[in-house]
Design a protein around this ligand. Sequence first.
Ligand SMILES: C[S@@+](CC[C@H](N)C(=O)[O-])C[C@H]1O[C@@H](n2cnc3c(N)ncnc32)[C@H](O)[C@@H]1O
Length: 274
Amino acid sequence: MLRAAGVPSPRADAENLVAHLLGVERTRLGLVPMVEPALLEGYRKMVEQRAKRIPLQYITGLSPMGEIDVEVGPGVFVPRPETELLLAWALAFLECRHAPVVLDLCTGSGALALAIAHARPDAEVHAVELDPLALDWARRNAERQEYAGDTPITLHAGDATDPLLLPDLDGRIELLVANPPYVPDGTELDREVAEHDPPAALFGGPDGLDVIRLLVPNVHRWLALSGAAGVEHDDSHGAQVAELLVHHGGFVDVVEHVDLGGRPRFVVAHRTLG
Ligand SMILES: C[S@@+](CC[C@H](N)C(=O)[O-])C[C@H]1O[C@@H](n2cnc3c(N)ncnc32)[C@H](O)[C@@H]1O
């Protein structure tokens, strides 16, 4: 049914759904003996939803990031596996820093901020989100992680491009991460994305760079002198995002990072000392 519906990875999704229902890892499905007929009925309903191209993570209600899962559903962007690369860089950057101050711009579900707070209980983590619906999901996830024992994060409602936002954080941020909207307007997308991810989470103007362009001066303003920022971008934008940061003049060591397939995924920049 999933294959016929054009779902991009039908077998993996079918297995992930049944694993979710059984409460086991997908890799351990072969060890599960007989299942109850009632469970099969639940499974059938989930497969029907997926065949309607509802995102897998909206059906299971969960999406992983680092060592945690965040809750997702209508109104919030589903965190993507490629963002794990930005998270891995961020955690490596923090390795030799004690009690760092961290800022996650365009936090959506809170995935990056909460995964960092989970990995680094000593960090003071702030996160900014503009969309009230997404912020509700971030709040819910922040409460969930706090209840599970993680250090609480601070969520800020606001426009990350606003030059007057969060002046108290000016010059204090040692690590800044951002996964902003960066898809060029009019890009054709899979149904799961086009019909379910909020447009404000996806589109970044005619060339996809509208939000990133306006973020650059704020990134500089918030970074501490020893701080660095990692900004995720469209895989066609590596050179342009690096150029925006270099052109600003307040960053050094601007480096493009690629994924295992060689696709540019995020750019890292350090604040100049001057
Ligand atoms: C691509 S999603 C990323 C969400 C999350 N960081 C992740 O990786 O899963 C971009 C998010 O930025 C938010 N956003 C868009 N423009 C914004 C702005 N100017 N200021 C703050 N948040 C913004 C959207 O609502 C959306 O939640």
